[in-house]
Design a protein around this ligand. Structure first.
Ligand SMILES: [Zn+2]
Length: 279
């Protein structure tokens, strides 16, 4: 079975990285803060987030990075869950997926792992940061969060249960072999991680939600997002990553950029960056 995409793969040495679009989400401007009136105006009343997952093929492994929303967020975001829809090429080849890297456990990244209480990718090892799994699966979390956050914690915990036997936990950087590494990049969630790919002297990076808004956070990496668990830490992580990406000219992508293109960053001199899609 081959997994198809409307976007062509990026080749890094022997590795192919194919973007898979799970759909899109329209996010209210009120989710952003620590921004100027003009910046907020630019994303009002809503701004469109893409929802990109990736398939990394190394020759030995088929690694899915995040699994999209599945069926779980359609009431709020009807245009989600595409990659795991019935009959999709990914679902038809689900048994071939050897590994799944979860950048973090928000439902728009793990919803596609589970349907009818069953894991949809039963042969995959699922890679997470220890701190992420520990945070979301804590039995006391539902009681600890405000009333409006309880349903999402319930959902995340119900999605975690069917995949528990497939989980492999990491503490910070870990070599998953064949040129694929994960590395801690906290702030959006306690154990958020990114993916580093290297082969043949070339590199690429998948940022997950270390960057959420292409409209706001390239020019102003200090903009906060309501779903960041620690917005200051998220901004510090983002700035460290942006500095490295610009200095090394590493091609990268992030889940919620409006287009699934890889691109590079150039510092603009005002603390901001310019994103240039790869030609
Ligand atoms: Zn997300």
């Amino acid at each position: 079975m081959s997994i198809t995409s409307t976007t062509s793969p990026l080749h890094i040495g022997d590795i192919a990285i194919t973007p898979l679009s799970d759909g899109h989400l329209d996010i209210p401007a009120a989710y952003f803060s620590n921004a100027s009136d003009e910046e907020i105006q630019a994303v009002s009343p809503t701004t469109r987030f893409g929802a990109t997952c990736w398939l990394i093929e190394t020759g030995h492994k088929k690694v899915l990075v995040d699994a999209g929303s599945g069926t779980w967020l359609k009431a709020r975001f009807p245009e989600t869950g595409c990659i795991t829809a019935a009959g999709s090429s990914l679902i038809n080849a689900a048994n071939d997926i050897t590994d799944i890297i979860l950048t973090h456990m928000h439902a728009d990244h793990i919803g596609g792992l589970v349907a009818d209480g069953q894991s949809l990718f039963p042969n995959a090892t699922v890679h997470l940061q220890n701190s992420e799994w520990a945070f979301w699966t804590d039995e006391n979390l539902v009681e600890a969060v405000p009333e409006d956050k309880k349903p999402i914690v319930h959902l995340i915990q119900s999605l975690a249960r069917p995949i528990a036997s497939q989980i492999r936990l990491h503490d910070g950087s870990a070599d998953l072999e064949n040129g694929v590494h994960v590395a801690g990049a906290p702030g959006h969630t306690p154990g958020h991680q990114i993916v580093r790919i290297s082969s043949g002297g070339k590199q690429a990076m998948l940022l997950g939600d270390a960057l959420v808004s292409g409209a706001l956070q390239f020019t102003n990496p200090d903009v906060h997002y309501a779903l960041d668990s620690a917005p200051e830490t998220a901004a510090a992580t983002r700035k460290t990553l942006f500095a490295e990406l610009a200095a090394e000219q590493i091609p990268f992508a992030a889940t919620h950029l409006d287009a699934p293109d890889f691109g590079t960053l150039t510092a603009t001199g005002s603390g901001g960056y310019h994103f240039k899609p790869l030609a």
